[in-house]
Design a protein around this ligand. Structure first.
Ligand SMILES: [Fe+2]
Ligand SMILES: [Fe+2]
Length: 263
């Protein structure tokens, strides 16, 4: 009898060492793909994943001011901030699959475990890049708020999909091309290639979110865009800020009419 997928996901979420979490996330995605895990949800997801002692997590107001963008320290701060987003994204994807998989089905589990494996790879690429700059993940403080969207939507898959892939990851589609241009202009071609790969993968992540959200809306008999607006206004504390990357959003299946109405 193969192990339950929920037990494997839970174990990966509870790993606090970044390298161990990366290995565990990639292994659970691979084991699922190869049919080595059973579609059984006998283990609850943790409310708080395992995280390392460093980086120190600070509320947004206490984060040190960004250095000048072109300086060496400014570059390290930028990559460290992106690395932290990717690290938390591993747990966001694992939690999506493990918490809502029973209700959403096998295709959903496979989609979000593949996202978890992508996020683990993004984190590895960035940590490696930080090391070429003489730093590493954990060397600087990081933003404490990134898990709150998961925590606030832990009882409702529609709310989770509306906020995490369709707002937060979609915002990544808007801002990454600008960061990529700045990184390339500064002569960091390897960094630019990492960001291009992340951008390509994130389009697929947002698309998984949008597709599964559409399925939930249909099951609830709701109008997709209307339900999304209600859930975003109820569960997302920020604002949706233009400029939007309309072409990447369209490629991900997000309709312009909807998110422009909320901005
Ligand atoms: Fe990512
Ligand atoms: Fe992602």
């Amino acid at each position: 009898m193969p192990a339950s997928v929920s037990a494997a996901i839970r174990a990966a979420m509870l790993e606090s060492d970044p390298r161990a979490k990366v290995m565990a996330a990639r292994k659970v995605a691979r084991d699922w793909r190869l049919g080595r895990l059973a579609f059984v949800f006998d283990e609850p997801m943790p409310d708080q994943p395992g995280w390392p002692d460093a980086p120190e997590l600070l509320p947004p107001g206490r984060m040190p001011r960004r250095r000048k963008a072109g300086s060496e320290r400014g570059r390290i701060a930028l990559w460290h901030a992106i690395g932290h987003i990717e690290f938390v994204a591993i747990d966001l994807a694992l939690d999506m699959a493990g918490r809502f998989g029973a209700e959403m089905g096998e295709g959903f589990v496979g989609d979000f475990l593949s996202v978890a494996a992508d996020e683990a790879m993004h984190f590895v690429l960035i940590d490696r890049h930080l090391r070429t700059l003489g730093s590493h993940y954990g060397a600087l403080p990081a933003h404490a708020g990134l898990w709150s969207a998961a925590h606030d939507t832990r009882h409702d898959v529609a709310a989770r999909l509306a906020v995490v892939p369709m707002v937060l990851e979609a915002r990544g589609l808007d801002v990454t091309p600008l960061t990529l241009e700045r990184v390339r202009a500064a002569g960091d071609e390897r960094g630019a290639r990492i960001l291009q790969r992340i951008l390509d993968d994130e389009i697929r992540h947002v698309r998984f979110g949008a597709n599964h959200f559409a399925d939930v809306a249909k099951r609830l008999g709701a109008v997709n865009g209307e339900l999304w607006k209600v859930l975003v206004s109820r569960h997302f504390r920020g604002t949706l800020k233009p400029p939007f990357n309309d072409s990447a959003r369209l490629a991900a299946g997000l309709s312009r009419d909807i998110y422009h109405g909320v901005a």
